[in-house]
Write a protein that binds this ligand. Structure first.
Ligand code: KIV
Length: 260
């Protein structure tokens, strides 16, 4: 399906059907997520989750491109969005050059940029050049000084709402809202035409996203907003432990695993 049609289908879900989104960085997760998701995000969270970086600020554009190429190859149905790394969209011309590079080399459908009012002109510029953009407001991992939820008081709530308005007016097709109090997510979702995709932003969003590794129990992080659907870390630990014991005891490889 063409990018425009996928986006139209997602827009139609606002206020009707929850939009299902997850991150993917690899072939297997892309293939599985593609069966269930409307949007797959190749998130720059991969810097911390896969590469053990201290923050997403260290992620380079070529790392995003490599993972995004793989995800796009195996995600045939969902809209695939790629995070633009920190400092790759500091002004209109670098944003356009880098967004074009990402889309050309990965064949993905859209890019995601973090920020509200501050980057709305940059988003507008990308959209005017036929690049589909997803916004990201609330907690911004690329620039935040602390990972605490946002919108504790009226001033913070007003800033978040103004950011949402600016992103919606800039032509973005949807926006992620990260780690904000319930009432501001509800107000934004109700008053803004484009879909809101929450992560730690309550049920009052048009869709939800999580970092897949978090829901699988495969990462060190466990924020309050993550529901763990499995404990992959434990499963991997048990399997590796059993393998090590088998090799030590000589019970692996057995005849079953040998050529004669
Ligand atoms: O990088 C990422 O995975 C994200 C999600 C947390 C929304 O931006």
């Amino acid at each position: 399906m063409k990018r425009e049609n996928k986006i139209t289908n997602i827009l139609k879900k606002k206020n009707k059907v929850p939009i299902i989104c997850l991150t993917a960085y690899s072939k297997i997760v892309a293939k599985i997520a593609d069966k269930y998701c409307d949007i797959i995000l190749v998130g720059d969270s991969l810097g911390m989750v896969l590469y053990g970086m201290n923050s997403t600020r260290e992620v380079k554009i070529n790392t995003m491109i490599n993972h995004a190429k793989t995800v796009k190859k195996f995600a045939k149905k969902s809209l695939v969005v790629v995070d633009m790394p920190h400092r790759t969209y500091s002004n209109k011309s670098s944003a356009l050059k880098n967004a074009k590079k990402i889309i050309k080399e990965t064949k993905c459908d859209a890019v995601k940029l973090e920020g509200g009012k501050r980057i709305s002109k940059i988003i507008k510029h990308l959209v005017s050049k036929n690049i589909s953009v997803m916004g990201h407001i609330g907690l911004l991992p690329q620039t935040t000084k602390n990972f605490k939820f946002k919108g504790k008081n009226y001033i913070e709530q007003k800033l978040i709402f103004d950011d949402a308005l600016a992103i919606s007016k800039s032509g973005a097709f949807a926006m992620v809202i990260e780690c904000v109090v319930e009432n501001i997510a509800k107000k934004i979702t109700k008053n803004i035409k484009i879909p809101t995709i929450g992560i730690g932003a309550s049920k009052y969003c048009d869709g939800q996203i999580l970092v897949t590794d978090d829901l699988l129990g495969f990462s060190d992080l466990s924020p309050k907003f993550v529901k763990k659907y499995s404990n992959l870390k434990k499963i991997i630990e048990n399997s590796i432990n059993k393998y090590a014991k088998d090799v030590k005891l000589g019970s692996f490889p057995s005849i079953k695993h040998s050529y004669r």
